[in-house]
Structure formats: structure tokens, C-alpha cells
Design a protein around this ligand. Structure first.
Ligand code: DGY
Length: 330
């Protein structure tokens, strides 16, 4: 009987995936609430064939160098900015992610933040609980309408499209900014591809759905917020570092924009003293857009299948770096 491959799993993921991993591998699972420290992770992967990582684990060239047997990094997320994919490819290591299954859950959260921020829902809830609510107020708690307004989507991929589809149900006009054209969004939703300046100038809601990469890091800075309407609502459910958080806090404080809804921050979690957390007109969710039972189970299953395919030399079901195929480690 051949020995099972050795793998390290950096957190407890749903049983739907963990069970598959345990059945086929000799698995060590990190059971703490916080991620394994980087140096410890480097030690753990030294004799591993496979690694299940989370977006909170930095998988860089130095870590990969410490794992000469590693065949696959299966990231339990659709985003993979925590993995140095180029370094993995150079070393013959396959990288997998979990696209598709979290599209609806993430678009639902973006929509939830959009309505919640526009209608000041969290602020209203705090007000009710605080004992300040004395009577119905004709001029109190005024927010922004949704129907017939304009949504600007930054990054018209799966999730951007799914949010736009929801907003189309509210009769919104859809603008998008992307390096690629989305004929699907144009045909199905009447979406119009525009440059960033036009999108920021014309949109009532601006929602970010792009990857974090060197082109998008810090994309939303002081100048970008100044280009938006004073009534604009800004949504980010992609990655925190796409936004200059200080500039966002200042735009919200000064009334340069109306409100924001964030599922991601930079860093995560933000410091309790972060100026953003002192403001009433921002909702900050703790990176929970994919957090439904069904979605996290589906992510776990794809993640496990990517791991097993990476170990057995099969094509990964969701393969970030298929170009590694000719030189992948066997
Ligand atoms: C992802 O998958 O990239 C999300 O940020 C977490 O599910």
C-alpha cells in the first residue's frame, strides 16, 4: 500500500471538504481560531505534498522554497492575492481557487451593503437601541433612493454582473469599467462600458469587484472620491487595499460622498481606533460576503477537489495557473 500524501490545512474548513481531504491524505489541520504564524507555516509545509491555505496565509517564494515536495496550494477563496502565483508556477506548484460558487452570496452582500448604506440602516439600528428614538421624524434619517438611479461597477466579472443583475431589478442604469468588454452585461442588462472618470461622475452607487493587483492597489484615493457625487454610496466587497482607507474616511467625514458599505478593509481587522470606525455613515462587515452555509460548503468541496487533483497529477477543477502543467511536480 502506498503512503497517503501529506497535507497541511491552515484552518478548519467545512466538513464537505475536510472529509474528502482526511479520507485521501495524511492531513494535519490547524485548529486555532487565528491563522498559523508565517514562520510556523513554513516549518509545517517543509515535508508536505499539498497545502490548503486561506486568504489570511501569505504564500510567498520563501515559503514555497521551504517546501521542496509541495505539488499544490489549494486556496479556500476565489481571490488569490495572498499567493505568489508566479513563484508557484516557477517552482512547478499548482494553485487552485474557488470561483463560481460564491458569486451569488457575494453579490447579495454587495447589494445588502448598498441598500443598508443608502438607507442608513445600521445607523438607525444603533439609534433605536441607544434610547435616542423619541418620535417619528419628518427630517430624520434621510437616505438615498435606489429605483432608477445609476450603478457603476468596477470589474464586470461574475460578481459584478450578478450585482448589476440585481440592480437592474431596481430599474437602475448600469455603467461599468473593466479592461475587458462584457458583451453579456451589455446584452442582458444594457450595461455601458465607460472610462473611470465617466463612471465616477455619473454613478449614484459605485461598487468594486476587481482583483487586487498592482494596477488596482490604492485605486480609490482622495482624487477618485472627489470625482464622485456628494450623494454617492461606495461599496467594496473585493479587497481592502484597492481603497486608500484614510482617503475614504476623510471623504465620508467631510461629506465628499454620502456613505459607504464595506465587507473588506485594510488591514483586516481594522484597528479599533481607525477613523473609519468612528463614522456613522459607513457599514463595516467582517469579510463575510461568502459566509452562507451552502456557499462555504461548496467552496470547501472545490478546494478539496483542487487539492486532490493537484496531488494526483490531474487537471485542477479550478486552476489558477494551468500554464504550470508541462512542468508541474510529480
Ligand atoms: C474570496 O473568496 O476571495 C472571498 O474574499 C472570501 O470568500
Amino acid at each position: 500500500m502506498t503512503a497517503k500524501p501529506r497535507v497541511f490545512v491552515t484552518r478548519i474548513i467545512p466538513e464537505a471538504g475536510l472529509d474528502l481531504v482526511r479520507r485521501h491524505c495524511e492531513a494535519e489541520i490547524w485548529t486555532e481560531q487565528l491563522p498559523p504564524p508565517y514562520d510556523l507555516l513554513r516549518q509545517k509545509v517543509a515535508d508536505c505534498d499539498g497545502l490548503v491555505s486561506l486568504l489570511t496565509d501569505r504564500i510567498d517564494a520563501a515559503l514555497l522554497d521551504a517546501a521542496p515536495r509541495l505539488k499544490v496550494v489549494s486556496n479556500y477563496a476565489v481571490g488569490f492575492n495572498n499567493v505568489d502565483v508566479k513563484a508557484a508556477t516557477e517552482r512547478g506548484v499548482c494553485v487552485g481557487n474557488t470561483p463560481g460558487v460564491l458569486t451569488d452570496a457575494t453579490a447579495d452582500m454587495a447589494f445588502c451593503l448598498l441598500i443598508g448604506a443608502a438607507r442608513r440602516l445600521v445607523e438607525g439600528d444603533r439609534y433605536s437601541r441607544s434610547g435616542q428614538w423619541k418620535t417619528w421624524e419628518p427630517l430624520g434619517h434621510l437616505g438615498q433612493d435606489l429605483v432608477g438611479r445609476t450603478l457603476g461597477v468596477i470589474g464586470m466579472g461574475r460578481i459584478g454582473y450578478a450585482l448589476a443583475k440585481r440592480c437592474k431589478g431596481w430599474d437602475m442604469t448600469i455603467l461599468y469599467h473593466d479592461v475587458y468588454r462584457s458583451e453579456k452585461a451589455e446584452q442582458d442588462l444594457g450595461a455601458r462600458q465607460v472610462d473611470l472618470d465617466t463612471l465616477l461622475r455619473e454613478s449614484d452607487f459605485v461598487s468594486v469587484h476587481t482583483d487586487l493587483n498592482e494596477q488596482t492597489r490604492g485605486l480609490f484615493n482622495e482624487q477618485r472620491f472627489k470625482q464622485m457625487k456628494r450623494t454617492a454610496v461606495f461599496i467594496n466587497s473585493a479587497r481592502g487595499p484597492i481603497v486608500d482607507q484614510k482617503a475614504l474616511a476623510e471623504a465620508l467625514r467631510s461629506g465628499t460622498i454620502f456613505a459607504a458599505g464595506l465587507d473588506v478593509t485594510d488591514p483586516e481587522p481594522p484597528s479599533p481606533n481607525d477613523p473609519l470606525l468612528q463614522l456613522p455613515n459607513v457599514i463595516v462587515a467582517p469579510h463575510i460576503a461568502s459566509a452562507t452555509v451552502g456557499t462555504r460548503n461548496a467552496m470547501a468541496e472545490i478546494c478539496a477537489r483542487n487539492l486532490l487533483a493537484g496531488l494526483s497529477g490531474e487537471p485542477l477543477p479550478a486552476w489558477v495557473n494551468p500554464e504550470v502543467a508541462p512542468k508541474r511536480r510529480r
